[in-house]
Design a protein around this ligand. Sequence first.
Ligand SMILES: [Zn+2]
Length: 226
Amino acid sequence: MTALLYGSHSPDSSGTDHSIDSSITLVSSESATTVTRWCYDRGDTFTSDIRLARCLTEQFWTRQFNAWGLRYQRIRSFKAYVGTRGPRCYGEASSPDNAFYCPESHIIAYDQNYMRRMYKKIGDGVMYMVIPHEFAHSVQAQLGLRYQYTVQQELQADCMAGATLAAVVRAGQVQLEPGDLQEIIANFEEIGDPDDAWWEPGKHGRPDVRASHYAKGYQRGMNACF
Ligand SMILES: [Zn+2]
């Protein structure tokens, strides 16, 4: 089973500009050093932003697992790929325009061209939708959670992603500007399922439903996602 963030429909590349550049601001290094510890990326370029989002997300989960009395297993690899030339998962080739967690190898991989396109179009906030969502799948696997329908697993991952962003904001590691959260949420339009067939395998949920789960996690915290 590969948990995919994106369904079969890709965002249009010719559409309107939803740019919210500089939406996520890394808190100044003096105040950040005390809380970020092992996250040293500045978050000022695509590559740095993506590494920072990964680092902050894993740091958050390490703390959260400690609080649960459990030990978080960091992913084995966080890999950029292009098109179908990514790591295989259960024998399946990677898909273009996707990001995924593979339980078999405990890795996360993402199509770097696609992520870069989303980053330019939506802004750096997109990192805090996509990356914590995939890490949420790695946590679901570590906790041994089971689901009747794919969509339940996906919506929980959206909720957990929102809760992750709230936690790093609360820890003073990133700052949101007014309206940022709404813009991040509005961008679920790019990736939600176009139809309502929630019972089908591989479904992620309608854009508004995905957005409401992300918002629930952001507003009410991780406990609200379980
Ligand atoms: Zn997913």
